[in-house]
Design a protein around this ligand. Structure first.
Ligand code: ADP
Ligand code: MG
Length: 254
């Protein structure tokens, strides 16, 4: 109980001269559903990319499932966790990007079975059964033999969600999963995430501009600005009577 799924401890991340995360302290409990909101360029994607080990950090420490992902600086050098350990940690997390990033030359089924077969070593039959299970969850059981270009953007994003879930991660990271979609396709993707949020014990960390949605599904909402958490609290507070002027301004509450 009360295990920590994600923890950033005093994390500094720079790109050249620009400090993108400024001594960030942030944590998510196991099973918690947390949304990150904030203006463009505030460091939201960087947080997710550090978790996926797509970016390094300058200093501080990051833990996933209470295991170090990035170690603290020692002797002036940041020691990343060992390669094998990193692979295991990455497996703990599934990520869905703004761009769906499906393999264009593979059917929907193969998009989903590829990693379970080659990373987890599942047999073809087991991987296919798993694909079936998650396609059903996202409402696309009848699309398994299609190629990505034959699907709408909303359907492709639902396949991307099924593909991430098929690795059975404990943590799902979403980076603006509906920002690239035509408005009429946003609802079907949000509905899938909402279902996941209500019906699973997954830890969910979601970057979004869909405020109503964040309000509905989150246990907690974090408002990011300039690489810092300005305010962090339950959605009822953040969206209706936040304390900080910057939050009020961002949400146009004044
Ligand atoms: P957000 O997701 O909140 O819009 P990001 O985390 O993508 O913000 O970016 C935070 C800041 O870091 C921005 O100023 C962005 O321009 C900068 N940045 C992000 N990635 C890179 C990169 N690979 N090289 C240089 N600057 C980057
Ligand atoms: Mg971003």
């Amino acid at each position: 109980m009360n295990e920590t799924a994600i923890e950033f401890r005093d994390v500094v991340k720079c790109f050249g001269d620009v400090t993108v995360l400024n001594h960030l302290n942030f944590s998510v409990k196991k099973g918690e559903k947390v949304s990150i909101i904030g203006p463009s360029g505030s460091g939201k994607s960087t947080v997710l990319r550090i978790l996926m080990t797509l970016e390094k950090i300058e200093s501080g420490a990051v833990y996933v499932a209470e295991q170090p992902l990035w170690h603290e600086i020692r002797e002036g050098r940041l020691a990343p966790a060992g390669e094998r350990h990193l692979r295991e940690m990455r497996r703990e997390m599934g990520m869905v990007f703004q761009q769906f990033n499906l393999f264009p030359h593979m059917t929907v089924r193969r998009n989903i079975t590829e990693a379970p077969r080659h990373v987890l070593g599942l047999s073809k039959n087991d991987a296919n059964a798993r694909a079936e299970e998650y396609l059903q969850l996202v409402g696309l059981s009848d699309q398994a033999d299609k190629y990505p270009h034959q699907l709408s953007g909303g359907q492709q994003q639902r396949v991307a969600i099924a593909r991430a879930l098929a690795m059975r991660p404990g943590i799902m990271l979403f980076d603006e999963p509906t920002s690239a979609l035509d408005p009429e396709l946003v609802g079907e993707v949000l509905a899938v995430i909402q279902r996941l949020s209500q019906e699973s014990d997954l830890t969910l960390l979601l970057v979004t501009h869909e405020m109503q949605f964040a309000h509905n599904i989150s246990d907690r909402v974090c408002f990011f600005d300039k690489g810092e958490i300005v305010e962090d609290g339950p959605p009822e507070v953040i969206f209706t009577h936040p304390k900080e002027a910057r939050t009020r301004e961002f949400l146009k509450l004044d």
